[in-house]
Design a protein around this ligand. Structure first.
Ligand SMILES: [Zn+2]
Length: 439
């Protein structure tokens, strides 16, 4: 029996275990915000990996957004050393999920099996992927106990809210840098035959238009900030959106609609309190705030992205009586794209061909995920997202994962893991890896 056949068999024999592990993970309602049940979920993962011979650490993202004694940001990192020196391969999954929301026909935290699928919040994004990577690694340890290098698995928090108490915190502490680790796979749900090389950039900003308070029955005595904002939106419609639609990129973003620049108005507010009840009193709004969510491409410098917006606002200020504005940055993340011939992408691509007998598809995510922190804070660039789960199911009601997809993905992860730890086993990989490790 070849190693691959042995791995396939070990993984298939663990089908039931993979299902119940996924169910156990989904049953921790790790909803973020506020960050429910992080500690018991992290402890559960740690306990399991300890049994598989891993050294386990729990690290709290202290004083990061949302961290409190009631909602501690508990992360788990597990490491298992091999028998010989070598590289370290790390599997990173986030354990938080978004709220269940409306429209479910299944109990979102029961992890019900129906047909060939498991239903529940986080099955797809991304506890199914986490369970898959654990089963892949545990099977590999049985098939090749004398492996070289080291293997790490982490369960981290807060990805859905920016990852500050999770991967970002750990990256600042050196957990996502060389020489501790060399290669990272993030089992986000990008579909079992796709390799995600990175993501578009993000710029969030708040634009505020200014006015002057007066009685609502005599608006001419004041100055309405909402009317000023209406003009801002009108000019964006006329001048900005058509320009963004025309931008093209070499990034293979999926879905295809995201293959140009986009802008969303995440929120708008003008006038009285966010949550008044009853009748609002008659007042001319002195302020109107608009949160813009601009997603940009690797070809666009961030300064230019900002300038396009600021130029429109400045022109308005010059042309429109009494118009005044402020603009505040909320968040910025640069676009990331690792190369398809880097070591992790090469090893996973080869494994996809072996297991699925199909050519892998290289994609870029429309939104960001924790790879940004690994790249920017950890300065580690050999990272991809690869995992089972259908991307479109993430954050939706009746989210599910297909059990067979997890099995196939586990085989792919195990095979890619072996190639990365023993590059001589895959033609061309050793050369790529050496070049990369020297960078
Ligand atoms: Zn996710």
């Amino acid at each position: 029996m070849t190693l691959q056949q042995h791995l396939d068999k070990l993984i298939e024999d663990r089908r039931q275990e993979l299902v119940s592990l996924t169910q156990d993970l989904v049953r921790f309602p790790t909803i973020n915000p506020p960050g429910e049940a992080y500690t018991p979920c992290a402890r559960y993962i740690g306990k399991r990996l300890e049994k598989s011979g891993f050294e386990v650490q729990f690290i709290r993202g202290e004083n990061t957004p949302g961290d409190s004694d009631q909602y501690p940001r508990t992360n788990v990192i597990a490491r298992r050393e091999g028998k010989r020196q070598g590289v370290t391969v790390h599997f990173n999954s986030h354990i938080d999920v978004v709220e269940a929301g409306e429209g479910w026909t299944f109990d979102p935290f029961a992890a019900t099996i129906h047909g060939e699928k498991i239903y529940g919040r986080g099955t797809c994004d991304m506890k199914g992927g986490l369970a898959t990577s654990i089963i892949a690694v545990e099977s590999y340890l049985v098939a090749n106990p004398g492996f070289a290098g080291a293997i790490e698995i982490s369960g981290t928090v807060d990805e859905e809210s920016g990852g500050f108490g999770g991967v970002a915190y750990l990256a600042h502490k050196g957990f996502f840098s060389k020489p501790r680790i060399d290669h990272v796979i993030i089992p986000e749900p990008l579909n079992k035959d796709r390799i995600c090389l990175g993501h578009r950039g993000v710029w969030w900003a708040e634009i505020e238009t200014k006015g002057e308070i007066a009685h609502g029955s005599m608006p001419f005595l004041g100055d309405c900030a909402v009317r000023h904002m209406a003009e801002v939106i009108y000019r964006f419609e006329q001048q900005l959106f058509p320009k963004l639609d025309k931008k093209t990129t070499r990034m293979p973003v999926v879905p295809e609609g995201a293959r140009s620049s986009t802008l969303n108005f995440n929120a708008i507010h003008g006038g009285q309190g966010d949550n008044f009840s009853g009748l609002p009193s008659p007042t001319v709004p002195h302020s109107c705030r608009l949160t813009i969510d601009r997603r940009f491409l690797i070809e666009e410098p961030l300064a230019e992205v900002k300038q396009e917006v600021v130029a429109i606002l400045k022109k308005l200020k010059a042309e429109r009586p009494k118009f005044d504005f402020e603009i505040r940055d909320i968040m910025e993340v640069l676009p990331i794209m690792s190369e398809p011939d880097a070591p992790v992408a090469t090893a996973v691509a080869n494994a996809i061909r072996e297991i699925l007998h199909t050519e892998p598809q290289y994609v870029i995510s429309p939104g960001t995920y924790d790879q940004k922190h690994i790249s920017r804070i950890g300065h580690l660039h050999d990272c991809i997202a690869y995992g089972p789960g259908i991307l479109d199911m993430a954050h939706r009601p009746d989210e599910f994962i297909i059990i067979e997809d997890m099995i196939e993905s586990a085989k792919i992860m195990a095979l890619a893991l072996h190639a990365l730890l023993h590059p001589a086993s895959l033609p061309g990989l050793a050369w790529v890896q050496n070049r990369f490790l020297r960078q």
